[in-house]
Ligand binder design. Sequence first.
Ligand SMILES: C[S@@+](CC[C@H](N)C(=O)[O-])C[C@H]1O[C@@H](n2cnc3c(N)ncnc32)[C@H](O)[C@@H]1O
Length: 287
Amino acid sequence: MTAQQPSAVARHYRQGGLLRKIDEALDRLYPGHTTLTTDDLHGVDEFHIGGHAATRELAEHLELRAGLRVLDVGSGLGGPARHLAQHAGADVTGVDLTEEYVDVARRLTDRVGLADRARFQQGDVTALPFPRASFDRAWMLHVGMNIEDKGRLFTEISRVLTDNGLFIVYDVMLLGDPTLVRYPLPWASEPELSFLARPQEYRSLLRRAGFDMVAEHDHRSRAIQSLRDAGDAHRRISTPHNPPGGDTPPAPINVAMGIDASTKIAKLLKNIEEGLLAPTELICRLR
Ligand SMILES: C[S@@+](CC[C@H](N)C(=O)[O-])C[C@H]1O[C@@H](n2cnc3c(N)ncnc32)[C@H](O)[C@@H]1O
């Protein structure tokens, strides 16, 4: 990663006023609500294909129990981390490059009363601000597509995990010709910010960083259905007074994606349907 890339990635995600947009989306979802639970936030706080259903399924593979220390690599708005804290009683630390996301993640976590079990800090996951063996588990949901130096990323994760620690990657990976991939996509408006890699590159870099592969799942078919649903939800909420794109409230599920959400969803769907990209889960264990 060049010195310019982390700030360009953070600029891609930073919206300004994101908490207000989330509150507006929550008001539309739950008119007159006074209190919130983690479950109420699912429509707005998860930024990966499959949303909360995917989070729940991946969480099963982490073999968690109360008190285990989990690192959420590129934690976004904190939805996946809160799920682990709430439903598995894990002690979760999220790290993310984008200040605004970290701020929103903390505030939402405070609101649902989980601040003692889910913490968030700003940082670059290719230089993790933690000592060796600080965590029992780690996961990374839809982050590697923004990271050029995945070798360094996985070496960092292996450094902060304890021996035998499980690590789950759930990224959109490259299957076809990279020159045919269409943009904008949710993680990069143009190809310069996108660092797609093939599953075999991930596997080889993970092995080199000290991980053994445990399992691999291709989530293409679920992705196609879930992206069609997300596109439909966006179209339903878009009216002549609230067109897709521009400075208008997006459909709740697309809040984190900002403007052009419907175009980004449509391009991602097309790339997956054409067999160029696939959301892929790799489960591995530190040797
Ligand atoms: C598509 S979002 C996924 C967020 C979250 N994992 C989720 O599934 O809801 C990608 C996230 O990766 C973060 N990110 C990208 N590159 C990063 C880096 N080098 N260090 C830390 N976070 C990074 C972005 O700020 C963004 O929050």
